[in-house]
Write a protein of this length. Structure first.
Length: 373
């Protein structure tokens, strides 16, 4: 099996939703986002390992960051890194992808240089950021992010960087994009990623809690009058719903930014618009299902929207993706159903200022691509 065939076959095994999005794209952009996503899944598999010691995760993630950035380190260390990843636990498909990391790198090497230059810094910084937060892990009990600010910082490393990377890749594919559109996309790319990640955090709230890690900030819990112990034990249902509502409200604000990002893409670039629309609409539908959902608090199963809803999104958005007016109307209908009308505004500049004080980034790589327009 050749390298690209493996990558194409691996994608739907590790993410059915993202496989749908990528399939709507074409050419170098499609291939670049496919490989970039597989790299993200590789480091995510290491981070998500349930029984792997946190110190081992930190080492593997930091080593992958160096492998990603430095061709000499990759040549001397990649095979050993893959061998060391035999300790990682996870699903069969994720572990198979991890074992084929060399294959993904070979496919990556065939991409245009200007595309590779957008992927390298984002994936490398993602791995460093994941390592940074793994160092906070406390195996003795429930580990929490402390505040909304720390939630944003974590989500930046695991998803906001993806938003920036996609934005930079879109700039390569759309060389005639207007300055006004570029400005909007730069301002909202991180928020787009945060919105999708916070949707996942919300729907997996109970599952994550049972694993001993919660991405719900401690401040969200204590502000409604719950202790961490009460929250971890699932008590005080009404207060727990308020905690969920708080993060859903913030998520909605980020998803509204994602809509602005999508509408900045020219309507003639329908495939790129659809690539953004599908996960955005699915996230907003998920928020609508989650809000005031008492069943979520009583089940270890993550909440999912129905296949019927997914089919409806795929069918209807193909018809309206050319119209900003119809897209705004469709998005607004879902938001009104979610009953989350006044989400807070996201302060990107404040987040970036805080990130400069954290350990994961480095001046040589943070936020840089070869040509960001």
């Amino acid at each position: 099996m050749d390298d690209w065939k493996y990558c194409e076959q691996a994608l739907p095994k590790v993410s059915r939703t993202f496989a749908l999005n990528i399939c709507v794209l074409e050419g170098d952009l499609k291939n670049s986002i496919l490989v970039a996503y597989l790299f993200c899944r590789i480091v995510d598999t290491v981070e998500d390992a349930a029984v792997l010691d946190a110190k081992v995760k930190v080492r593997l993630l930091q080593e992958f960051s160096r492998i990603m950035q430095d061709p000499e380190v990759r040549a001397s260390s990649l095979a050993t890194w893959v061998d060391d990843c035999r300790e990682v636990d996870g699903s069969a498909n994720d572990l198979d992808l991890l074992a084929h990391t060399v294959t993904v790198f070979r496919a990556f090497d065939t991409l245009p240089q200007n595309h590779r230059e957008q992927i390298i810094p984002s994936v490398a910084e993602m791995a460093r950021g994941m390592a940074y937060f793994q160092e906070k892990f406390d195996a003795s009990g429930l580990t929490l992010l402390e505040s909304q600010e720390e939630l944003e910082e974590y989500c930046f490393y695991v998803a906001g960087l993806v938003g920036e990377m996609l934005c930079n890749l879109f700039f390569q594919a759309l060389p005639n994009l207007s300055p006004a559109s570029k400005k909007i996309m730069r301002e909202t790319a991180v928020s787009f990623g945060l919105g999708l990640q916070m949707t996942n955090i919300s729907k997996d709230m109970i599952v994550d809690r049972s694993r001993g890690w919660s991405y719900i900030p401690r401040s969200f819990i204590t502000e409604v009058g719950l202790t961490v112990e009460e929250f971890s034990q699932g008590g005080e249902e009404d207060k727990s719903l308020k905690v969920l509502g708080r993060i859903l409200n913030k998520t909605t604000g980020h998803l509204k930014d994602a809509l602005r990002f999508t509408l900045a893409i020219p309507s003639r670039s329908a495939r790129i618009r659809l690539f953004c629309i599908w996960p955005l609409w699915m996230a907003m539908e998920t928020v609508a299902v989650l809000h005031n959902n008492r069943k979520l608090l009583k089940s270890d199963d993550p909440v999912k929207i129905t296949r019927k809803t997914v089919r409806r999104i795929l069918r209807r958005t193909r018809l309206i993706c050319f119209s900003d007016l119809l897209l705004k109307w469709s998005f607004g209908c879902i938001q009104r159903r979610a009953q989350l009308e006044n989400p807070p505004e996201f302060d990107l500049k404040a987040l970036k200022a805080r990130l400069e004080t954290l350990g994961p980034g480095s001046p040589e790589t943070t936020g840089k691509g070869a040509d960001n327009g």
